[in-house]
Design a protein around this ligand. Structure first.
Ligand code: NDP
Length: 259
């Protein structure tokens, strides 16, 4: 039986960091695709703004202010999603942080404290692992699931802007994607990674910033990416028809990286 045949009824999707930027566009796209959607973000005002923007009833879109590194709170939220919307069939590990370098010309290594390193790994990599661990058993029991990790160009090639913590966390997500894909493949659960290049969002700042003007010169298509373009690929990978794609990393970089 194809996964697409096992997938029946309305699927529940959980998107981390769904209040802004790429995550917000994934939430928008998943709602349009007909999924029931849950999301988390760290700031209450961002969660509220996103909920107000969509104006959906709580049995279609459910969200809370949760830091994904607080594993107990994440655990409780996942159980609340199950009670309100149903079992989670799609997980998008999108929440991520990328600290800025205080002094642009100084080396990253000299400016990265161990605490900052640990925080970035905790949010970007440990947060994803914890959620995969939490939702995978039910996906296995259902014989169906879609897990999508949002990596980065910085984890695929020489990081030109981001720091060592960010690059390591995103390269780690590629490895986690492959390892989880191998484990879950026999159970109808796919695990894939999307690695965006420079996408305009709160994380990257305005296009006229010096760092972005310089980044633009490295992008063959000659423009920045849009969060909607990442959401489009997430929608594709979330669909029941993609059961033969697993362990893959899809680069969305305007040609800046191709392997
Ligand atoms: P934004 O900074 O615009 O949005 C990040 C979202 O994640 C926010 O909603 C934020 O919450 C949430 N978040 C951050 N930390 C946590 C946490 N500990 N717990 C829960 N939620 C959290 O980022 P982007 O949309 O640009 O990036 C989304 C993902 O895409 C990230 O993983 C990023 O690394 C990746 N990416 C982005 C690229 C780009 O060019 N923009 C390029 C490559 C990868 P709140 O709103 O409350 O602050």
């Amino acid at each position: 039986m194809l996964e697409s045949e096992k997938h029946s009824g309305r699927c529940v999707a959980l998107v981390t960091g769904g209040a802004r930027g790429i995550g917000l566009e994934i939430v928008r796209r998943f709602l349009a695709d007909g999924y029931l959607v849950a999301f988390v973000a760290t700031r209450a005002e961002h969660v509220k703004r996103a909920l107000d923007l969509f104006g959906c009833p709580e049995d279609r879109l459910y969200a809370d202010q949760i830091d994904i590194t607080c594993h107990n709170e994440v655990d409780v939220f996942v159980n609340r999603i199950r009670a309100r919307l149903g079992e989670i069939g799609i997980l998008v590990n999108n929440a991520g942080i990328s600290p800025q370098r205080a002094v642009q010309d100084a080396s990253w290594l000299s400016q990265t404290s161990f605490d900052e390193w640990a925080r970035v790994i905790d949010v970007n990599l440990n947060g994803a692992f914890n959620l995969i661990r939490l939702v995978a058993p039910a996906m296995i029991a259902q014989g169906y699931g879609r897990i999508i990790n949002i990596g980065s160009l910085a984890g695929r090639a020489m990081p030109m802007i981001a720091g060592p913590h960010y690059a390591a966390s995103k390269a780690g997500l590629v490895g986690l994607t492959r390892a989880a894909a191998r484990d879950l493949a026999p159970h109808g659960v796919t695990v894939n990674c999307i690695a965006p290049g420079r996408i305009l969002s709160g994380l990257t700042g305005p296009p006229e910033a010096a760092v972005n003007r310089s980044a633009l010169t490295r992008i063959p298509v000659g423009r920045f990416g849009a969060a909607e373009e990442v959401a489009h690929v997430a929608s594709f990978l979330a669909s029941p028809m993609t059961g033969f794609i697993t362990g893959a990393t899809i680069d969305i970089t305007g040609g800046e990286f191709a392997a």
